[in-house]
Design a protein around this ligand. Structure first.
Ligand code: DAH
Length: 339
């Protein structure tokens, strides 16, 4: 074969060579472009080519080498870019969607602002489990076995005797017990969390909701400390408003009270909310019953304390004028965006 024929032959061979994988690409390189490859062979033979032919053959050889190199580089790029961007990958050059920034849920907003208010007067935040045993949810809090107060709270039992007696906690007061059992007074804590009751779901009540519990135990804590603390809270959260305490009953406090704030009846909503009295019940509270202290290993002769508990959902509804508690849990973005 003459040099020109060999060039033509190699041109065809290299053009016909199919490169469909990385392996084939490497074979292509070894066959044509490596030191022992066919292009080098041709250049070796080129050294023997005589005078006048040299120019033409040299030119053709260079063109051939360039085209083989171009084919190699093109396939190389294809395989390396395939590795970075598989065919089904997202198109990274597309402009992004406009970001929507989320907002805090009204329950979180209210919870956080209650916590902020009490943190200023030295209250810590504590949490307890949502599946609770009988001792922490009821017994330690003075709900005797057949205590009628157990009926006040319709309970979702998780596991009944004899295997164990566990329920979804019906109130955050259970966390008081856990705290008093493990921490020595003075104790000043807020305990927010979700609670559960077996109730019919309606616009005003749900089978789960949120409470925040407060507890203050120290020497010489009195009912007037309770009153001042709650008055401070109301003034910070609702603004200067009248409050009143009505005697009430909870098994774990003695005396017990419910606290109302005065909304007035100027607007239709206020008179509806307050059932025509102007007063709205906000929370339950009282002095921790000495036997509860004893149950938790705290000496009632040395220490006394107060506790209170309020419904976060209820206060959020009041604050934002939400009419149906179920909206809080539907996660409808149009609702949540408003806060
Ligand atoms: N645990 C009560 C309830 O769920 C609320 C409550 C009342 C909590 C009085 C307290 C308290 O700490 O002192 O209805």
């Amino acid at each position: 074969m003459s040099m020109l024929e060999r060039i033509e032959d190699l041109k065809n061979k290299s053009a016909d060579f199919k490169i469909e994988s990385k392996e084939m690409l490497e074979n292509f390189r070894l066959k044509f472009l490596s030191k022992k490859g066919e292009i080098n062979d041709l250049f070796e033979s080129f050294k023997q080519v005589a005078g006048e032919e040299k120019r033409e053959i040299g030119k053709q050889l260079n063109v051939l080498r360039q085209s083989i190199e171009a084919k190699f580089n093109e396939s190389k790029e294809k395989f390396s870019s395939e590795k970075k961007f598989p065919a089904d990958a997202a198109d990274l050059s597309l402009p992004t969607n406009a970001n929507t920034i989320g907002s805090l849920h009204p329950i979180s907003l209210v919870k956080n602002s209650i916590i902020n208010i009490f943190e200023k007067i030295g209250f810590d935040v504590e949490y307890g489990p949502e599946i609770e045993d009988d001792w922490h949810n009821f017994t330690a809090l003075n709900f005797g076995e057949n205590h009628p107060a157990r009926d006040m709270q319709d309970t979702f039992f998780v596991e009944k005797e004899p295997r164990g007696n566990f329920a979804l906690r019906t109130h955050t007061s259970s966390v008081q017990v856990r705290l008093m059992e493990t921490v020595k007074p003075p104790i000043r804590a807020l305990m927010p969390g979700r609670v559960y009751r077996n109730e019919d779901v309606s616009a005003r009540s749900n089978c789960f909701f949120h409470q925040i519990e407060g507890l203050y135990i120290d020497e010489n804590v009195s009912f007037s400390d309770l009153k001042q603390t709650l008055y401070y809270f109301v003034s910070q959260f609702f603004g200067e408003r009248e409050i009143r305490f009505r005697p009430s009953y909870f098994p774990f406090t003695e005396p017990s009270a419910e606290m109302d704030i005065y909304l007035g009846m100027e607007t239709e909503q206020d008179s509806r909310l307050t059932k025509g009295t102007g007063w709205l019940e906000i929370l339950g509270c009282g002095m921790v019953d000495p036997s509860v202290l004893k149950n938790c290993g705290i000496d009632p002769d040395k220490y006394s304390g107060f506790a209170f508990g309020m419904g976060i959902d209820r206060i959020a509804m009041l604050k934002y004028g939400i009419k149906d508690i179920r909206q809080m849990f539907e996660n409808d973005i149009r609702f949540l965006e408003q806060f």
